[in-house]
Structure formats: structure tokens, C-alpha cells
Design a protein around this ligand. Structure first.
Ligand code: SF4
Length: 489
């Protein structure tokens, strides 16, 4: 068995190659964001969806007081850090425990290998149709395309993902894949692509989707899921969901395959108890999701239902590289989406502008880390660095610090451009002596008076939508000196 190895040597992130199959369009962030800003429907849908998520999260997280909410966050953060510190050992422990439960464990270095495993399992069991519950890892690997190319029917069963699939789109949010869509656009899609009788009633639309999906669940040969956590001590695969589709996906078909990122392993059941409290609070503002699953293997002889075969594929796909870098903390993410809802940039651009699977603040960090900075160079700048992403993160990931470090890496790679390099060199030179600094300040103040209100060329980005602040009439140094003199008089 070939297996993923987390090496201890440091690897240079900027030299990475894309290890994923899904097309990466992150370098188009700026033009894509411009288009998104002009889309009135997207603006309405994303801002109201993100705002609702943000408000619900605030209420749920602090329902028992600020102190309790913050304590939960600290506990969850400590669990994830502790888990990451011993990740190689935990993975081995989890593999042994899962195998003891009858789960067949496979390892995938990249997305292509993960897909190959799934196709091989499908061939072995004569699979013709697959139902899927929500899984971001399979978005990374492009599993749907791989299955379709092999003439295997694949259907997303999470309602949002089902709509995404009908619309031949990609999810625009980690938790709410269709946050960018209005009710009218969903209705039209269901009528046009799924044959729904015309209706404006949301309950009727949901019932239609449910009836359609039920038939597919009953006929499917294989269920594919992700995994929110794997508990190393018990070998349990844990999933949280609200629609019941994960339960049907993992129990009705005769084969269940779960693709799980290697960072999802946690040490104990007690840890799971903490994380299942912060995850739904942060993701959907619920104290608990409607369904919480702990899967321990295939159906046993005395059990009435469940799959005959359960496989877990532990997917690396660039995570080892992150683990061995200064960005290990990014692997603590539990994919709750709270930082997306809080981010002023995400709220304006929506998720598709980020050009790959993970949008928002955490996407701006892990997309360059997984795919190479050169393939996502605008993303570390897609942030005002207001810090709200860190404040809402249930595992206290310091996203602003990592965004700044990625900007530094980009400059070191020479991605800042000649203007940036020249400007920084001039700034460094001017700061070498107080005299030069004062002269520079005076020259800039005079220069500003001579420049038009709308700055020319690349500087125009500052003044297209805002007024450039004027230089103060007197510098702090002058004011300080004047004050000292007044005190002496
Ligand atoms: S970085 Fe934090 S807030 Fe953002 S999705 Fe991950 S866990 Fe949630």
C-alpha cells in the first residue's frame, strides 16, 4: 500500500505544482470580482445570506454568555493544535482502529490518486450509479468529472449541491453552496433542468427535490461522502448534516466511500464532543446539527441495514506541504464558513471570484498553499485585514497573519512588480535618516497639490471610488517640537 508521508523537511511553497484536478482560476480574481460587483442579484443574495449566517453565529456561539462562547473556542482551538502536533501518529492510529472496525483504508497523495481509488472500487463492485453527500475534498479532486468520464452516473444529494450540479456550476460557499442564487433563479433551474411543475413555493420546491432524490438513493450502488472528523481512538468517521442526505448516502447503497483530508483526524471522542458544539454554531447558528453521524464500519450480521463495504480514502493533495511549512495552522480549519460570512470582501465578490474550491479568507490562504502562490497571487491581497475572520473562527486561526506572510512570500518571489519594488526601495532609502524622511514628507505634500483628484495610471485604483486623504499641514515631528516649545515658554 502506498501511503501519504508527512515529512519533517521544509518545502518551498512557491515552487509547488498544482496537485489538483479542478481548474484553478484564482489569478483572475480581480476581473472576476469586477463582474460580481456589477451583478445585482448576486449582491443581494450573497450579502443577505452571509449577513444571516453571521448574525445567527453570533447568537448561537454566545447563547450562554461571552465567557462560555470564548471558552468553547479556546478549547476547540487547543484540540485542533494538539491534533496537528501529533498528526502523523494519529493517522497511523486511526488507520489501525478503522481497519479493526472493518473499514478498508486507502491513502491518496493527490486528487488523481484519490479518483483512481474510487474508480477502482466502483469497478470492483460493479457500480453504475453513485449518490454523493456534500464533500469539499471531492470538489478538489474533480471526482464527479472522473466518474462521468467512466460512464458512472453521479448525483449530488445535498439540496444546494444538487442545484449547483443542475446549473453546471461550482459551490460558492463552503457550507451554503448556492448562497449566490436567488429563489427565482433556483425555481427556474428546477423547472428547466429537472422538470419541476411551476411553483414559487419553497416547500413545494424542496418536496420536488426530495422526491427526485429519493428514487436515486434507492437505486444507487455506491454512496460517496466526505468526513468532518475521524476519531483516532475509536476509528469512527464523523459527519454532521441537516438534510438527512448524508445518512441515506452512507447507509442505503451497498458500498460507501468517504474521501477525507488527512487533517481531519482528531484524537478522542471527548474532542469530538467539543468540536461538534462549535462547528454547527459557527456554520449555521445551530447548537447542534439535525443529524450527527458516527460511522464505525460496514453492516454487521445482526444489523438490519448499512453498506456491505466501507472505504475511507485519506487524501493529502498538498496538505503535507502545508504541514511542513509556517502555515500549518491553516490545517486546523473545520470548514465552518464563519470567516466567509464575516468577510467584507467575500460579501461583495461572492465565492466564484476566488476561482477555486475554497473562497473567502480561509480560501485566500489555502488556495495558494495547495495550488502554488503563482497560481493564486491576487488572493492574499483580497482582504482588508480587518481581523474579523480571526475573531469569528471557532478554532482561532490567525488568518490575517498568514495573509501578510503570503504577501511577503509573493514579494520575495518577485511577484510584487517593478513599481512595488521601486516604491519599497525608495521608502527604505527615505527612512534611513530623519532629514530624508522630512524632505520626503514635504515633497509628497507639495506633489499631492499638483496631482489631479483622480490619480493617473495604476494609482487610479485608489481614487476611482474614494477621495485620497490630504497630507496633514504639519508633520507629527513639527507638532511635537511646537508643543515642547510651548511647554518651555
Ligand atoms: S478558517 Fe475558521 S472560520 Fe474559516 S472556515 Fe475554517 S474554521 Fe471556519
Amino acid at each position: 500500500m502506498r501511503r501519504t508521508r508527512i515529512k519533517t523537511s521544509n518545502l518551498r511553497l512557491s515552487a509547488s505544482q498544482s496537485l489538483v484536478n479542478m481548474k484553478i482560476r484564482s489569478n483572475n480574481f480581480i476581473p472576476a470580482a469586477r463582474v460580481a460587483i456589477q451583478d445585482a442579484d448576486l449582491q443581494t443574495a450573497v450579502s443577505s445570506g452571509a449577513n444571516a449566517g453571521f448574525t445567527k453565529r453570533q447568537t448561537a456561539m454566545f447563547a450562554d454568555g461571552q465567557e462560555h462562547g470564548q471558552a468553547m473556542r479556546q478549547q476547540a482551538a487547543a484540540i485542533k493544535r494538539h491534533g496537528l502536533n501529533q498528526l502523523p501518529d494519529l493517522l497511523e492510529q486511526a488507520e489501525v482502529a478503522m481497519q479493526a472496525n472493518g473499514i478498508q483504508v486507502l491513502w491518496a497523495v493527490d486528487g488523481a490518486e484519490a479518483n483512481r481509488h474510487v474508480l477502482e472500487i466502483a469497478r470492483r463492485h460493479g457500480v453504475k450509479s453513485v449518490v454523493k453527500s456534500k464533500s469539499m475534498v471531492t470538489e478538489e479532486t474533480g471526482l464527479n468529472e472522473a466518474l462521468e468520464t467512466a460512464a458512472i452516473e453521479v448525483l449530488e444529494t445535498d439540496l444546494g449541491e444538487f442545484i449547483v450540479q443542475l446549473g453546471e456550476e461550482t459551490p460558492s460557499h463552503i457550507v451554503v453552496p448556492i448562497v449566490h442564487k436567488t429563489k427565482a433563479s433556483i425555481r427556474d433551474l428546477l423547472i428547466e433542468k429537472a422538470g419541476m411543475p411551476p411553483t414559487d413555493d419553497v416547500t413545494e420546491m424542496t418536496h420536488f427535490a426530495r422526491r427526485t432524490l429519493r428514487q436515486k438513493f434507492l437505486a444507487a450502488d455506491m454512496g460517496v461522502s466526505g468526513g468532518n472528523f475521524i476519531i483516532a481512538e475509536t476509528g469512527s468517521l464523523c459527519l454532521v448534516s441537516n438534510e438527512g442526505n448524508a445518512r441515506l448516502t452512507t447507509s442505503l447503497p451497498r458500498v460507501h466511500v468517504a474521501l477525507v483530508g488527512i487533517e481531519k483526524v482528531i484524537p478522542t471522542v471527548e474532542d469530538y464532543a467539543t468540536l461538534t458544539q462549535v462547528l454547527p454554531r459557527s456554520a449555521t447558528g445551530q447548537s447542534m446539527t439535525v443529524y450527527t453521524h458516527m460511522i464505525h464500519g460496514p453492516r454487521r450480521p445482526d444489523e438490519p441495514d448499512g453498506p456491505e463495504h466501507v472505504y475511507v480514502i485519506l487524501v493529502d493533495n498538498g496538505r503535507s506541504r502545508i504541514y511542513n511549512s509556517d502555515y500549518t495552522e491553516a490545517l486546523a480549519c473545520i470548514r465552518c464558513g464563519a470567516c466567509l460570512n464575516a468577510c467584507p470582501v467575500y460579501r461583495i465578490t461572492g465565492g466564484h471570484a476566488y476561482g477555486w474550491v475554497y473562497p473567502g479568507p480561509i480560501g485566500a490562504v489555502i488556495t495558494p498553499l495547495l495550488n502554488g502562490l503563482e497560481n493564486a497571487s491576487p488572493l492574499p491581497y483580497a482582504s482588508s485585514l480587518c481581523g474579523l475572520c480571526q475573531e469569528v473562527c471557532p478554532v482561532e486561526i490567525d488568518i490575517p497573519r498568514m495573509l501578510l506572510d503570503l504577501r511577503r512570500d509573493l514579494v520575495e518571489m518577485g511577484e510584487g512588480g517593478a513599481l512595488w519594488d521601486w516604491g519599497m526601495k525608495a521608502w527604505a532609502w527615505g527612512n534611513q535618516s530623519p532629514r530624508l524622511f522630512n524632505l520626503g514628507g514635504k515633497a509628497a505634500a507639495i506633489g499631492q497639490k499638483l496631482l489631479p483628484k483622480n490619480l493617473p495610471g495604476p494609482l487610479g485604483g485608489w481614487t476611482d471610488y474614494r477621495t485620497a486623504p490630504s497630507f496633514a499641514k504639519k508633520s507629527f515631528h513639527q507638532l511635537w517640537q511646537e508643543r515642547q516649545e510651548e511647554d518651555r515658554d
